[in-house]
Design a binder for this molecule. Structure first.
Ligand SMILES: Cc1cc2nc3c(=O)[nH]c(=O)nc-3n(C[C@H](O)[C@H](O)[C@H](O)COP(=O)(O)O)c2cc1C
Length: 260
């Protein structure tokens, strides 16, 4: 699938075929896509634990589910729990930027030398940043980007997915999560039982309310020609609600024995 179409067809899928396993190789491809995401200073804070629903003890699974996520987790055969490892920067101690210099990614033309890392980047940026209260928030930005690459890969592989919250203390205990890992969300994965369109693209705030040009308050005006091109390339697709969606939801619920 073209990248634009992968972006376009992605929407949170909440009805999975509960009995159709996800191939391990597809899970690996999702993790590979996460690993290739961009991170400040190549720090790579994202950690993920792949959990197979059917391997969980029933009482553990029950405790992991939250009211906003329970049915999704029950239907998805694979759950990828995502965390951020707060120890990365202090353990690395500036080695990653030096590696980027040695690999020719960061260039002397841009001021990058080992000395610059030792005298400025480590003591003035990385060390204080990793000790500041904003550190977990800053790290979450990078992790969201990496995790989203994995999310998109799931759709490229014909799967559906939905992020959900989970019971953090129960997961910590059940999966042996270290104290220095900050919880994010769990990616529920499986083969969609609902239609590929899943009722259409979900509503978003108006484009011009979100993005600006030059100055806040000066909206970045959409060019309708671009919108038309993206429609042709299936990135911008028909939006919800679809007229038959409520019927589809009832049919799915009946098929799965869920309340209508
Ligand atoms: C970080 C994050 C957490 C989310 N948590 C939940 C959740 O707990 N339960 C749920 O049903 N959907 C959850 N979602 C899915 C959003 O509700 C979803 O993105 C929203 O419905 C917009 O639609 P779309 O993803 O289909 O485009 C989460 C999404 C993100 C990115």
């Amino acid at each position: 699938m073209e990248f634009a179409e992968v972006v376009g067809i992605r929407r949170s899928i909440r009805f999975f075929d509960p009995d159709r396993a996800v191939e391990r190789e597809k899970i690996q491809k999702i993790l590979e896509a996460m690993r290739l995401g961009s991170c400040a200073m190549n720090a790579h804070w994202l950690r993920a634990i792949v959990v197979y629903r059917d391997d969980l003890a029933p009482e553990t699974f029950e405790a992991l589910k939250l009211p906003v996520a329970g049915v999704v987790m029950e239907l998805a055969p694979v759950h990828i729990y995502c965390y951020g490892d707060l120890s990365v920067i202090q353990n690395d101690h500036g080695k990653q930027p030096k590696l980027l210099i040695d690999m020719g990614a960061l260039a002397p033309s841009h001021g990058w030398t080992h000395r610059f890392v030792d005298e400025f980047v480590w003591p003035m940026l990385l060390d204080p940043m990793s000790k500041s209260p904003q550190y977990p928030i800053a790290m979450a930005f990078d992790n969201g980007g990496c995790a989203t690459q994995g999310l998109l890969m799931a759709y490229e592989e014909g799967l559906g997915a939905c992020w959900t919250a989970f019971n953090i203390p129960v997961a910590k205990e059940a999966f042996g999560v270290p104290d220095h890992w900050v919880p994010h969300y769990v990616l529920n994965l499986g083969y969609p039982l609902e239609s590929r369109e899943a009722g259409g693209q979900r509503p978003r705030p108006p484009f011009e309310d979100l993005y600006f040009e030059g100055r806040v308050g000066n909206p970045f005006r959409r060019d309708e020609k671009v919108v038309e091109e993206l429609k042709r390339r299936k990135m911008i697709q028909a939006s919800a609600p679809f007229p038959n969606r409520q019927q589809e939801l009832r049919d799915l619920a009946r098929r799965l024995g869920l309340p209508e």
